[in-house]
Design a protein around this ligand. Structure first.
Ligand SMILES: [Zn+2]
Length: 669
């Protein structure tokens, strides 16, 4: 892949339009001091650059661009279409969204445009055209940043009509739609496309997150993701007319449920995302999100936003402790980021983000802890740039993540309301993370042949072709792990009849007859073949062996003696089936056996509590070693004698890493 940037972009959202001009030169002076080389501008400036339907005014934006150009700052140019100007909503109320409760919104907030409003599309296109024509050929833009954090839903009449068109294209006949959604249930059969209504609280919705008919609700999710994606593509195509080369992105949000990011990534030149862990988010969860964002395009990504100090919108917005922002930034780079950008560079004077951290605090000076930490990191990244840009990990383990599956699993009514998709994936990721195994987060249509191991926890929805692809992978020598609540339904959420886990049954060598749900205070016990006892909770499959071998059996409840974890030889490979939500030690044990069988190695030779991550370029292997624990930890022995890229010092067997310490080692391949 061609490297999109020559250096690690270091900077972030910059809103000089919110400040008097005398501040601007002070900003530039402080950016220079902090080694900031990039600014993301014009993200929320629609009302400023188009003060009325008839008028555009680029005078201020021109000045901002020129100022940043003089400072040799790489410009990430927003398109400003993520928050509507008041004049537009007043004149054309239809541009605003109708919410899940059916309320049509007035002017206010952001991410407030109906994606299917032709009026919104017309004005967003016109604005993008103005921007692309003005700045697209100047060579001054390093990256285009369309809209901002796309998301949300609209349930207006425009969207309802567009949904019917989308459905007609998908199903062709109303009979096919009725069958897909199982509309004979409750006599919901529709005879005309116009009888279809959006599945919000006024339709099939139950509460805010359940549905009476998963088929229509999952299709609405797909439709909504596609509708918003069309908005992105519209702006992208306009920019491309004027600017043939500059990368185009929009900032995503990790495991955000609303949009099918694998589908989106196909339309983006580079993935960027906003990383806002809360005070108690496990580091493994953040690492998983980075790997997912890298996995979307299987290439390095941009960190478009993180806070240098604290958020404002979470319940408890703890400060990042000294060294934490630096360690978090290196974790981001270690997992594939080629940029480190902050939201934002100068802290807002008012409105809801005034307590959101920024590089320049309300005090307005560089004499702050945060500014000093940002400056120190900037100096380090300046030196590190060429070494890491464009490099990638080399993972032999793929973990399947699928938005259709995410939606379907969480819409389903029963068997257990505590079943959450991301939590399930994270349990497996977390075990691999603790062992420092390199992992790719992959889509269901990935090239499985690149991997030795595929993990597919709670693969509830097995769509057409998936079982065959997995069978081919296993028959060819791959090791597959899947779990309870897998192989249950097809792409419209109708059950694969003939016994669970449906199309996975033959290769797993088990038949799941029933699924027991346990309340939070309940658990079952299991025993492994070697006599180790463990516990499990949440869901427990009652299954029968059909060729598989039991690795563990239940030792409690009326199904004591039935298999809980199995392994089935299939072709040249094997399928591990985990029938219950295992405790951590048991899950580690199953994965340990599986990884040994597959012959997959870790990033580090010894067991360590440090995070050890590897990126590889054509010539170098770059290892990032970070201490996210509260106590000092010894450097693994294999790195003794190597040089720390950050300090230039030779590491030895006595080297200790204090909390948030980072060591980076580059070795020739
Ligand atoms: Zn709408």
């Amino acid at each position: 892949m061609k490297k999109p940037f020559k250096r690690i972009l270091y900077g972030g959202d910059y809103n000089p339009n919110q400040w008097p001009r005398e501040i601007w030169q002070e900003d530039m002076r402080m950016f220079r001091n902090a080694h900031i080389n990039s600014a993301t501008i014009n993200v929320f400036s629609w009302a400023k650059i188009q003060p009325s339907e008839e008028t555009y005014d680029f005078e201020e934006l021109d000045d901002i661009v020129e100022m940043l150009e003089q400072e040799e700052c790489d410009i990430v140019m927003g398109t400003s279409t993520a928050a509507l100007p008041a004049w537009m909503v007043k004149r054309y109320p239809e541009v605003a969204r109708t919410d899940y409760e059916g309320r049509h919104h007035k002017f206010g907030h952001r991410h407030n445009a109906c994606p299917n409003s032709l009026v919104y599309q017309k004005y967003a296109a016109a604005l993008t055209e103005q921007l692309a024509r003005r700045y697209g050929k100047t060579g001054k833009v390093a990256c285009w940043h369309i809209n901002n954090e796309y998301g949300g839903e609209c349930y207006c009449e425009n969207c309802e009509k567009a949904f019917r068109v989308w459905l007609k294209k998908k199903y062709k006949t109303i009979e096919a739609l009725n069958e897909a959604w199982n509309m004979e249930f409750w006599g919901h059969t529709v005879y005309d496309w116009d009888e279809i209504v959006l599945p919000n609280a006024l339709g099939e919705g139950i509460g805010t997150d359940k549905t009476a008919f998963a088929g229509i609700s999952i299709d609405y999710r797909r439709f909504n993701s596609d509708s918003i994606l069309e908005n992105f593509k519209m702006e992208r195509d306009i920019i491309r007319k004027y600017d043939p080369e500059t990368p185009i992105t929009t900032n995503l949000m990790g495991t955000y449920p609303g949009l099918d990011y694998f589908k989106w990534a196909k339309e983006m030149d580079i993935v960027s995302w906003d990383n806002y862990p809360s005070y108690n988010t496990p580091w493994s969860q953040t690492a998983m999100c980075h790997d997912l964002m890298r996995g979307l395009k299987d290439q390095p990504f941009m960190l478009m936003e993180q806070t240098p100090s604290q958020q404002n919108w979470q319940p408890y917005n703890s400060l990042k402790k000294p060294g934490q922002m630096r360690a978090q930034s290196y974790q981001t780079v270690a997992h594939g980021a080629d940029t480190i950008q902050f939201f934002q560079l100068r802290r807002s004077v008012g409105a809801c983000e005034k307590f959101h951290g920024a590089v320049i605090a309300h005090a307005g000076t560089e004499n702050t802890r945060v500014f000093r930490e940002v400056t120190a990191l900037g100096a380090e990244l300046e030196r590190l740039g060429e070494t890491v840009i464009g490099s990638m990990p080399d993972a032999k383990i793929g973990v399947i993540f699928d938005w259709d599956n995410y939606w379907a699993l969480e819409y389903t009514s029963g068997p257990n309301c505590d079943l959450k998709y991301v939590d399930q994936i994270h349990q497996y990721y977390s075990s691999l993370y603790r062992g420092n195994y390199p992992v790719d987060m992959i889509p269901v249509d990935a090239d499985f042949s690149r991997y030795k191991v595929i993990l597919a926890p709670v693969l509830y929805m097995v769509k057409e072709g998936m079982a065959e692809a997995l069978e081919k992978f296993v028959a060819g020598g791959g090791i597959l792990l899947t779990t309870f609540m897998s192989g249950i339904v097809g792409q419209s959420d109708n059950v694969h009849l003939g016994g669970y886990p449906g199309p996975l049954r033959e290769m797993a060598g088990v038949w799941v007859e029933e699924i027991d749900a346990l309340a939070p205070e309940q658990s079952n016990t299991i025993r492994f073949a070697d006599g180790t006892d463990a516990s499990c909770r949440l869901l427990c499959d009652l299954m029968h062996l059909e060729g598989a071998q039991a690795l563990a059996e239940y030792t409690s409840n009326f199904y004591a003696g039935m298999p809980a974890v199995t392994r089935n030889a299939y072709g040249k490979g094997a399928v591990y089936y985990v029938g219950a939500n295992l405790d951590q030690a048991a899950l580690d044990k199953v994965l340990g056996q599986l990884l040994t069988e597959a012959g997959v190695g870790s990033n580090v030779e010894e067991s360590t509590e440090l995070e050890v991550t590897v990126r590889q370029s054509k010539t170098q292997k770059i290892t990032f070693i970070i201490n996210f624990k509260a106590q000092d930890l010894p450097l693994p022995a294999q790195f003794a004698g190597k040089t720390d890229l950050l300090t230039g010092q030779t590491l030895d067997t006595q080297t200790m890493l204090a909390p948030y310490d980072v060591v980076i080692v580059a070795e020739n391949r």
